[in-house]
Design a protein around this ligand. Structure first.
Ligand SMILES: NC(=O)c1ccc[n+]([C@@H]2O[C@H](COP(=O)([O-])OP(=O)(O)OC[C@H]3O[C@@H](n4cnc5c(N)ncnc54)[C@H](OP(=O)(O)O)[C@@H]3O)[C@@H](O)[C@H]2O)c1
Length: 297
């Protein structure tokens, strides 16, 4: 699996190691507290990737690595294309050559959010940002190249990450710690998913006969403001600096879809793993198993 040092990938690696003979790949940050085989490999080095996978011979490839920060992708489009598109193409060709099943993690940001209803898997994509476009290009390569493939599209991911700065909750904790005012939109909607649910659903899919596209998002549609307030209140963090704002009043570049709700009904029917709504997921998680770094109140 790729992206073992990332927010989602670290959860996938933790679950996979022990259940499967797993090779966890990262690029520059060796994650702590993940037992098992972890190796550094630059996925943009096609020759190195081919050599390593020819030796390891995976039965399935779970591809979580990406340049997943849409703002950074906007600033560094060449790097975004190399990591998100070219590296995915390399892995897709390896999967086909080795007869492996490929699971590619994609994003709700391939849609423009103008549908006015939850998106199903067959809805036509229309990304607004370069990041969304690179993920869509990669999806198309996976479909075209791989014999056996899965595309798992997801939404905002909440939960602890190895670097401590990738989860929605971790970003919120960081700005609250600095005492900065945070403007959170009341008119931008997502269905956040917790990393542990998402990782379990991804592994269940990968280790199943299912193929095709699946939406894997939390079951609750919430505004960015509601997301921030729910997380802060759950852990007793101060909310005085959380300000409700409108997307009409703040320029957003690269542009983001206003209302992106993924319909995950297909996955709910196919999988045992539950993709809980944020409120329910927060209830069952302690602060220590969560962000781990609450701001000083
Ligand atoms: N985060 C979200 O809210 C969200 C929402 C929707 C979809 N997604 C998708 O979910 C997946 C996981 O996102 P995430 O937020 O968990 O990612 P992340 O925390 O930013 O981690 C990215 C991972 O990719 C690795 N990586 C980057 N460039 C690489 C390269 N050239 N070679 C090898 N590895 C490389 C990183 O390795 P190092 O850290 O070692 O450099 C890291 O392990 C992505 O496909 C993303 O598009 C994320």
């Amino acid at each position: 699996m790729t992206g073992a040092s990332g927010l989602l990938g670290s959860h996938v690696a933790r679950l996979a190691i022990g259940r499967f003979d797993t090779l966890g790949l990262f690029q520059s940050f060796r994650p702590a507290n993940i037992p098992g085989r972890l190796e550094s490999l630059d996925l943009t080095d096609a020759t190195a990737v081919r050599s390593r996978l020819d030796v390891f011979r995976p039965e399935f490839i779970v591809h979580c690595a990406a340049l997943a920060d849409a703002d950074r992708a906007h600033r560094e489009p060449d790097l975004a294309r190399r990591v998100n598109v070219d590296a995915t193409a390399t892995l897709a060709h390896c999967a086909r050559r080795l007869g492996a099943k490929m699971l590619f993690v994609s994003t709700d940001l391939i849609f423009d959010g103008r549908k006015g209803a939850p998106y199903i898997e067959d809805d036509p994509p229309c990304p607004l940002s370069l990041y969304g476009q690179t993920k869509l290009d990669a999806e198309r390569i996976v479909r075209a190249v791989c014999d056996t493939w899965l595309i798992a599209r997801t939404s905002l991911i909440v939960g602890p990450s190895p670097r401590g700065n990738r989860g929605v909750d971790e970003k919120l904790a960081a700005v609250l710690q600095q005492g900065r005012v945070v403007k959170l939109f009341v008119d931008e909607f997502r269905c956040p998913v917790v990393a542990c649910d998402l990782a379990a659903a991804i592994l269940e899919l990968a280790d199943s006969p299912h193929t095709g596209v699946f939406h894997l998002a939390g079951s609750e549609r919430l505004s960015r403001y509601e997301i921030g307030m729910r997380i802060a209140r759950r852990f007793g963090w101060p909310t005085a600096t959380l300000e409700a704002a409108s997307t009409r009043d703040v320029p957003i570049n690269p542009p983001r879809p206003a209302d992106l709700v993924l319909d995950s009904g297909k996955a709910r029917s196919a999988l045992k793993t539950q993709l809980r709504g944020l409120t329910e997921a927060l209830e069952s998680l302690s602060e220590n198993s969560w962000a781990g770094r609450p701001p000083a109140c």
